[in-house]
Design a protein around this ligand. Structure first.
Ligand code: FE2
Length: 185
C-alpha cells in the first residue's frame, strides 16, 4: 500500500473534525445549563496534544519544509496562511485551558470565555482543514512523490510514536472516540 504525502494527515483531520463536532455539541449543551467540564477538559487535551503537537507538528516540521524545499514560499501564500491559523488555534486552546478551572468553580465570566474560545476554535479548525484538504494538500500530493514521499511518511511515523504529555497517539485516538460517544449520548 502506498501512502501519499498527505494521506496520514488527511486521516488525522477527520479525527480532529470529529472532536470539533463533539466540542460544538458540548458547548451547545453548556449554553442550555448543562456543562460537562470533564468532557470539555478532554477536548482541550485532545486539541493541544493531538491536533497541535502531533498533527500540526508534522505539518510544520516535516510537510511544510518539504514543500519549501520545492520552492513554495514560507512567508506568503498557503503555507503562511496555514501557519497563521495554527497560531490562532493555539491562542484559542490557551484561552480554553486557562479558563476551564475557574469555570469549573462556578465563575460565569470564565465559562463565557471558555465557550467563546471553543466556538472560535471550532469555526477556525473547520475552515482551516477545508483549506488544507482542498488546496495545500492537493499541491503537496503533486509536489512530493516517489522516494521523497516515502521518506516523509517514514518521518511521520516517528512523530506518531512519540508520547505527548504522557499519552500515546493511540490513547489520544481513543480519547477522540470517547468524546464522540459522550457528546452523542
Ligand atoms: Fe492539518
Amino acid at each position: 500500500m502506498t501512502e501519499s504525502a498527505t494521506s496520514r494527515l488527511r486521516a488525522e483531520h477527520q479525527l480532529i473534525l470529529q472532536v470539533a463536532d463533539a466540542l460544538e455539541t458540548l458547548i451547545g449543551r453548556s449554553e442550555s445549563g448543562d456543562t460537562d467540564f470533564d468532557a470539555l477538559a478532554d477536548c482541550i487535551a485532545f486539541i493541544r496534544l493531538f491536533a497541535d503537537a502531533c498533527h500540526h507538528g508534522k505539518e510544520e516540521d516535516l510537510l511544510f519544509p518539504a514543500l519549501e524545499a520545492r520552492g513554495m514560499p514560507h512567508d506568503q501564500g498557503p503555507i503562511a496562511v496555514m501557519l497563521f491559523e495554527h497560531q490562532q488555534g493555539r491562542a484559542f486552546a490557551k484561552v480554553m485551558a486557562g479558563a476551564i478551572d475557574e469555570a469549573r468553580t462556578g465563575d460565569e465570566e470564565a465559562l463565557t470565555k471558555l465557550r467563546a474560545a471553543a466556538t472560535g476554535y471550532v469555526h477556525l479548525i473547520r475552515g482551516h482543514i477545508n483549506k488544507e484538504d482542498h488546496v495545500l494538500f492537493e499541491m503537496a500530493d503533486q509536489a512530493v512523490q516517489g522516494p521523497a514521499c516515502q521518506r516523509l511518511c517514514d518521518e511521520y511515523g516517528l512523530v506518531c510514536q512519540r508520547v505527548f504529555d504522557g499519552r500515546t497517539k493511540e490513547e489520544l485516538e481513543e480519547l477522540a472516540a470517547s468524546l464522540k460517544e459522550r457528546a452523542g449520548g
